[in-house]
Design a protein around this ligand. Structure first.
Ligand code: NAD
Ligand code: TYD
Length: 365
């Protein structure tokens, strides 16, 4: 069996579903169920003995160690984190706690468990740490994409906390020989994405007739990867990645935020047309920029392709259409999420921003 942390979140739940769809190795899923953890994502596994859910905080080293001793997993796949940059700006403490202290606790539990393994169990054990391209900081328009040897330059409390966790993982391999693997992935999108992040927020707001908030001038660039491709990449790294190595994962899909939002509006115009030839684009509203907003991320994903034969199966066009269709087919999932703490979050994040439909009021210098 493998132990997954954060398996009730966006990528973690996609991973658990994907893992069990591709084999029979059971999963023990450890999650604290923060606002981002949603067991509805795993509803299809409710009668599946291969999935064991454990409601626990990764910061609890003792509890993590006793889970490891009891279930004897062959690998840990570590997703659990606070993951939203805007939340990290409003309240960085939780990011330090879970992303840094939590990863440290988990590493300590893993080190203790692994050092008592013997033979093939010890040899084959892996600790796979799921991280982000944001640790590399921001690129200029003509800079080469981030590779595995790009220096770290995190700019937000979120990316700084992830960078710290990556360094801890690196040190546990270097110092103790723990067989770690680290993946640094670009922006994911797809089913079960919490509607505080750009793509699901825009889809949900568009359908609700609300503003589609664009931070600053909307020309910030992200590389987008369909979540199913990320899950497949993690499976490849877990199977054949070399301990101590890091692998960058990306979609070769650099897009400006405004272009992403235009694409979403155009797909919705086609699939869920508004009356009288109106377009969802009319709901686009420019709001004050995010403080310290990184301008451009881009990933050089050649190492994982060369060494492990992974490349994305979805283009942005195919992935984004699937995603919009999923949200149209799963309105109830969105409604359930929105009835919780989410509404309060929206109020907090957007009430303090200057909002305008006029490009002149973008809130940028
Ligand atoms: P998410 O916020 O949707 O999910 C995080 C999950 O972790 C939730 O289920 C939450 O309940 C759980 N969790 C939080 N604190 C915990 C704690 N102390 N103990 C146990 N569980 C806890 O995040 P996501 O978007 O699915 O991201 C998963 C991982 O992938 C994160 O490590 C993130 O940094 C990384 N990542 C995300 C992206 C992206 O685009 N979303 C891209 C690259 C890497
Ligand atoms: P987000 O989905 O929060 O991911 P990240 O900050 O990790 O890249 O944001 C993606 C991009 O979209 C980022 O440049 C910020 C921007 N953005 C908006 O313009 N408006 C919004 O309401 C949100 C949530 C994000």
């Amino acid at each position: 069996m493998i132990l997954v942390t954060g398996g009730a979140g966006f990528i973690g739940s996609n991973f658990v579903l994907d893992w069990l769809a591709h084999g029979d190795e059971p999963t023990i899923n450890v999650d604290k169920l923060t606002y981002a953890g949603n067991l509805n994502n795993l509803m299809s596994l409710r009668n599946d003995d291969r999935h064991i859910f454990v409601y626990t905080d990764i910061c609890d080293t003792e509890q993590m160690l006793s889970l490891l001793m009891a279930h004897k997993p062959s690998a840990i796949v570590h997703f659990a984190a606070e993951s939203h940059v805007d939340r990290s700006i409003h309240g960085p403490a939780e990011f330090v706690r879970t992303n840094i202290n939590g990863t440290f606790s988990l590493l300590e539990a893993a080190r203790s468990y692994w050092s008592n393994l013997i033979g093939a169990d010890k040899e084959n054990f892996r600790f796979l740490h799921v991280s982000t391209d944001e640790v590399y900081g921001s690129l200029g328009p003509n800079d080469a994409p981030f590779s595995e040897v790009t220096s770290y330059a995190p700019n937000s409390p979120y990316s700084a906390s992830k960078a710290a966790s990556d360094h801890l993982v690196r040190s546990y391999h270097h110092t103790y020989g723990l067989p770690t693997l680290t993946t640094n992935c670009s922006n994911n999108y797809g089913p079960y994405h919490f509607p505080e992040k750009l793509i699901p927020l825009v889809i949900a707001n568009a359908l609700a007739g609300k503003a589609l908030p664009i931070y600053g001038d909307g020309q910030q660039i992200r590389d987008w990867l369909y979540v199913g491709d990320h899950c497949a990449a993690i499976r490849r790294v877990l199977a054949d990645g070399r301990p101590g190595e890091t692998y960058n994962i990306g979609g070769w899909n650099e897009k400006a935020n405004l272009d992403v939002v235009h694409t979403l509006c155009d797909i919705l115009d086609e699939l869920r047309p508004l009356a009288a030839g109106n377009s969802y684009r009319q709901q686009i509203t420019y709001v004050t920029d995010r403080p310290g907003h990184d301008r451009r991320y881009a990933i050089d994903a050649r190492k994982i392709e060369r060494e492990l034969g992974w490349k994305p199966a979805e283009t942005f066009n195919t992935g984004i259409k699937k995603t919009v269709q999923w949200y149209l087919d799963n309105q109830e999932w969105v409604r359930d999420v929105q009835s919780g703490d989410y509404t309060k979050w929206l109020e907090k994040n957007y009430s303090q921003r200057e909002m305008s439909a006029d490009k002149k009021h973008q809130g940028v210098a």
